[in-house]
Write a protein that binds this ligand. Sequence first.
Ligand code: DGI
Ligand code: FE
Ligand code: FE
Length: 193
Amino acid sequence: MELRVEDAMSLATHMLSASRLKHTLGVADYAEELARRHGVDPIKARCAGLAHDLSKELPAQEQLGLARFWNLFEYPEDEQYPYVLHGRLSAYWLEHYFKIDDRDLLAAIASHTLGRPGMSRLEMLIYSADLTEPNRTFPEVDKLRQSLYDDLDRGTLDCVEGTLIYLKESNHPIHPLTQLTYDDLKRRLTVGN
Ligand code: DGI
Ligand code: FE
Ligand code: FE
């Protein structure tokens, strides 16, 4: 089944707090705009934006329990930093309990926090819109928006680089997928796909 905008919107309004909903609507609007600019399906981008953080507000212990039950651990780090799991949990839940079968939409939701090597254009767009939606206000955000407007691949690489710099500066551990995503995008930009 396809995820319809009305259903994604209704899930987001019922499952999220006011502040998380505001961010989610920002991601949906911005993802749709970037999709139109770069020739990606704008309605799919809106739906992925609306659904990307659906599991984010479950308590960490519950997220860990579900990830174990659904077999979603891929790296030892997943268990150490449970806040990186909510994309995968949201995608699994939509697939198995809501019978959504759009692989690219599910992948964009699953990979929105860490990325993955070989991301599609929709996945890049959701990863980047999450970081740069209109409610985000960190100092370099306008530079990232300009880069994303000019070129989706380059802009996404800049977003992942910004995340790596932020994590290093704030002494947070780098998840292996974040580094692999960066290396993959850099290689794709240098040698082509
Ligand atoms: O869910 P959001 O708050 O909208 O944003 P998100 O899904 O991008 O990220 C949630 C958290 O994930 C945020 O606190 C930063 C963290 N994160 C992203 N990449 C990495 C990471 N944390 C670690 N430890 N390592 C990473 O590589
Ligand atoms: Fe998120
Ligand atoms: Fe988000």
